[in-house]
Write a protein that binds this ligand. Structure first.
Ligand code: SF4
Ligand code: SF4
Length: 209
């Protein structure tokens, strides 16, 4: 992946779709994290569809708290993460999307035999944001991309006006992601979010985003 490539929602969706392993994190009913591998999926250009049995913890967790993250390992050191909100597909469209998923993942037909299809539920994710992360390129590349009507909630660090321009953070940065200026600034696309600059700053000028 090089920076010239257009990292847009479709590119990120294709990355997730091509991932050999795709994990999904939700919150348990007690608020603790829950993660599992997913493969009963279908990708459209504007949404990801997920199938579960209504009785499974996965479905119950999403019905109680629809926030989720999908994380796909595209290849070694390269990942795509989708942070979003799951919605239940309208009742009159459940069969259509369920059959679509069965078409692409026939192994699930055995898990959800025809007479028991009603036990399953299809969710979709249409709004959120992607984080594309390439740790192999040098410097690393991290790109946030809104999905649907979602808004990006970035993480990492920024430098405030308390900066005294001493350059210690720049020397400490393993990715050369800090530019001189007044104040100094972090090139977010290349920031590893390692926090070395926070430790190096004598003025407490580097703070979480
Ligand atoms: S170490 Fe702190 S004070 Fe020095 S340049 Fe970096 S942000 Fe500014
Ligand atoms: S968090 Fe790490 S990679 Fe990012 S600017 Fe600071 S030192 Fe550099």
């Amino acid at each position: 992946m090089d920076e010239e490539r257009n990292i847009d929602p479709i590119f990120c969706l294709r990355g997730l779709q091509s991932a050999k392993t795709l994990a999904c994190a939700t919150r348990g009913t007690d608020g603790s994290p829950r993660v599992r591998y997913l493969s009963a999926l279908h990708f459209e250009l504007d949404a990801v569809y997920l199938l579960s049995s209504r009785g499974m913890p996965f479905a119950r967790q999403l019905l109680a708290d629809p926030r989720l993250q999908l994380l796909g390992a595209v290849r070694k050191g390269v990942s795509v993460r989708l942070t979003g909100t799951a919605e239940v597909v309208p009742e009159d469209e459940q069969v259509r999307w369920r059959l679509r998923i069965f078409q692409e993942c026939p192994e699930y037909r055995d898990l959800y035999p025809p007479l028991k299809h009603d036990d399953s539920v299809v969710f979709f994710v249409r709004n959120g944001y992607f984080e594309y992360l390439d740790l192999v390129s040098s410097p690393i590349l991290r790109v946030y991309v809104p999905f649907g009507e979602g808004k990006v909630v970035p993480s990492g660090y920024r430098i405030t006006d308390a900066c005294g321009r001493c350059g210690s953070c720049r020397s400490a940065c393993p990715e050369n992601a800090i530019l001189p200026g007044s104040p100094f600034s972090i090139v977010q696309e290349h920031c590893l979010q390692c926090g070395a600059c926070v430790e190096a700053c004598p003025r407490g000028a580097v703070v979480p985003v």
